[in-house]
Design a protein around this ligand. Structure first.
Ligand SMILES: NC(=O)c1ccc[n+]([C@@H]2O[C@H](COP(=O)([O-])OP(=O)(O)OC[C@H]3O[C@@H](n4cnc5c(N)ncnc54)[C@H](O)[C@@H]3O)[C@@H](O)[C@H]2O)c1
Length: 304
């Protein structure tokens, strides 16, 4: 049985949110995008979606939009997303990622929405607890202010849901065309320009890379009425930054050596997500392998 929803996508001008909004539209849902364009781009806005240029920190404006539009579902992607920046401006991260999330959730509850889907971070909330891959019930020991704000936002949603169905999707390192902040894109852009790509530390730190269309599919499956819970959305494979570099360089037939800069104590060392819950309950699994995802991303960087 298929349902048609009215869905508010916050952060819908950003890398992931715009793809999610587009996929919801293509699936026949009505979509409203809310974004303050701090980091998102107008050209990412999907055609066919209503758009509000609003800051999630502006409580009354958020209430106004949600009261007017009355979405059944909120897909909350608006956030500040950089680990290093969060070290320098932790108060901004608190304001947007925690207080802003609370604003959106409260307005949604008051307007009678049914479901709240939250883009959390499996790369940042766990930190470096012992034992990989990380299940959803692993201890959360974030190392950065970014990770902390994502963890606290999860807690607020779960504690104050007041009848909303809450789905928390903890993404791994999402990459793909149309993005400028993953290492895959950064490495490809540097190699395209024949300049050394920057690697922080020795490059042995590992991450769980997940391709953006797979993340989008998880957001479609999360719409299912009655579905709630926390789900890791990753590849269940760890790759070192150096491996990523080599893979991008091989795709580009470019041998420029990377430039190693000092490591950052806030960076997670090793991250691999256990995705069995997403497989069994959400019916989700990644479909784009890493080599294929790198090839598609490199193609866009070189072509664009
Ligand atoms: N990219 C990843 O690897 C990754 C991994 C885990 C989780 N996430 C989460 O997914 C979501 C989307 O990430 P992304 O990579 O697409 O980042 P992005 O920066 O491309 O998108 C975030 C969007 O939020 C908007 N935004 C920021 N502050 C806002 C505010 N105060 N009010 C309204 N809009 C605001 C930005 O303009 C931008 O369009 C974020 O919540 C992020 O924490 C991303």
């Amino acid at each position: 049985m298929s349902f048609v929803f009215k869905i508010l996508v916050t952060g819908g001008a950003g890398f992931i949110g715009s793809r999610v909004a587009q996929a919801y539209l293509q699936a026949g849902h009505q979509v409203v995008v809310l974004d303050n364009l701090a980091r998102g781009r107008c050209e990412h806005l999907p055609v066919g979606a209503a758009f509000y240029n609003v800051d999630i920190c502006d409580r009354s404006a958020i209430h106004e939009v949600i009261k007017r539009e009355r979405p059944n579902i909120i897909s909350h992607h608006a956030a500040l997303v950089f680990v290093r920046e969060s070290q320098r401006f932790p108060e901004n991260y608190l304001r947007v990622n925690l207080d802003g999330t609370r604003n959106v959730m409260k307005a949604a509850r008051e307007a009678g929405a049914d479901k709240f889907i939250f883009a959390s971070s499996g790369g940042a909330v766990y930190g470096d607890p012992p034992g990989l891959p990380l299940r959803e019930d692993a201890p959360r020991l974030p190392r950065s202010p970014y990770g902390e704000t994502k963890m606290w936002a999860e807690d607020v949603l779960l504690a104050e849901e007041g009848g909303l169905e809450v789905v928390i999707l903890r993404y791994g390192n999402v990459y793909g065309p149309g993005q400028d902040h993953s290492v895959v894109t950064r490495f490809a852009a540097a190699l395209r320009d024949n300049v050394p790509a920057v690697i922080f530390g020795d490059g042995s730190q590992s991450r769980d890379y997940v391709y953006v269309t797979d993340v989008v599919r998880a957001n479609l499956l999360a719409l299912k009425p009655g579905l709630t819970g926390i789900f890791n959305i990753g590849s269940a494979e760890g790759r070192s930054v150096l491996e990523v570099y080599r893979s991008v360089a091989a795709n580009m037939h470019n041998g420029v050596s990377p430039l190693h800069l000092p490591d950052n104590a806030f960076e997670v060392r090793r991250n691999v997500l256990d995705i069995r819950r997403a497989r069994s309950i959400l019916g989700w699994q990644p479909e784009v392998g890493f080599e294929e995802g790198v090839r598609l991303t490199v193609e866009e960087v070189v072509g664009g």
